[in-house]
Design a protein around this ligand. Structure first.
Ligand code: NAD
Length: 262
């Protein structure tokens, strides 16, 4: 699997799953754009490290995925600096846990904007270039929560179900163009996003040790009782970008230890 010369943009790629996807793509020769909303030396250092480690061009481009114009600007700036975009991975995402009646409106708005609407804006912006080239890959990082609900995660569940719907619609609109659109649906993956949930749950379940809490509370719905790894999520993205997946479009790949089998 070589992506030598292909240009890939991964939103929210300074941490966790997005970082692993960018690393995997760079490892196969892709030129990668690392993104987050901040603009620091540490952000640029992530791109520099990937470039050095894999002998590819890697650049950090800041853009806040809660802002429609910045989503589109990320695509436009990448196309201007790299010539075109072959692979778009919509990965940026946040979480907030609260019952609906107490769910803060600003958190709802932020989750819908970052986890769902950004996917629409970046996808809209990459489509003309990918169609013109007759090749492209759009991979959206949805979630098991794109297929199933859990209490207290209304915005996240709504956004991720929306991502799956957007993915299917894009696939139908792009069918036959050489551009595919698919979603990867991870179960629980141990990243900073989930570490926050573990810390919050430990406060609620005083007396439970971490191992017990992870098995019985966090991984309650994940039958394997094991976290998926960021590398395993990246592996599914790599497969969807490969020639073997040319005819796979408008679907989801679950990497969830059996969660959605039930
Ligand atoms: P993470 O917190 O480790 O990383 C999130 C990344 O998104 C970071 O680089 C962060 O800087 C970036 N980001 C946050 N807000 C942003 C904004 N406004 N603009 C641009 N970038 C922004 O989280 P993660 O666990 O790696 O999650 C990545 C994706 O995977 C998310 O979409 C998440 O919903 C999804 N996911 C995660 C899990 C899990 O268990 N960790 C499970 C299913 C789906």
């Amino acid at each position: 699997m070589s992506f030598s010369g292909k240009v890939a943009v991964v939103t929210g790629s300074t941490s966790g799953i997005g970082h692993a996807i960018a690393e995997a793509l760079a490892g196969e020769g892709a030129r990668v754009v690392i993104n987050s909303f901040s603009d620091t030396e540490a952000d640029r250092a992530i791109a520099d490290r990937l470039a050095k480690a894999h002998g590819v061009e890697a650049r950090y481009i800041p853009a806040d995925m809660s802002k429609p114009e910045q989503c589109r600007a990320l695509v436009e700036r990448t196309a201007a600096e790299f010539g075109s975009i072959d692979i778009l991975v919509n990965n940026a995402g946040i979480q907030h846990v609260s019952p609906i009646e107490d769910f803060p409106t600003d958190k709802w708005d932020a989750i819908i904007a970052i986890n769902l609407s950004s996917n629409f804006h970046t996808t809209a912006a990459v489509i003309p270039g990918m169609k013109a080239k007759g090749w492209g890959r759009i991979v959206n990082i949805a979630s098991a929560h794109g297929l199933r609900a859990s209490p207290n995660k209304s915005a996240y569940v709504a956004a991720k179900h929306g991502v799956v719907g957007l993915t299917k619609t894009a696939a139908l609109e792009l069918a036959g163009s050489g551009v595919t659109a698919n979603a990867v649906c991870p179960g629980f993956v141990l990243t900073p996003l989930v570490e926050t949930q573990i810390q919050d749950r430990m406060k609620e379940h005083e007396g439970m040790d971490r191992e017990e809490l992870v098995r019985d509370v966090i991984l309650e719905k994940q039958p394997s009782k094991q976290f998926a790894t960021v590398e395993q999520i990246a592996g599914s993205v790599m497969f969807l970008c490969s020639a073997a997946a040319d005819q796979i479009t408008g679907t989801t790949i679950s990497v969830d230890g059996g969660w959605t089998a039930a």
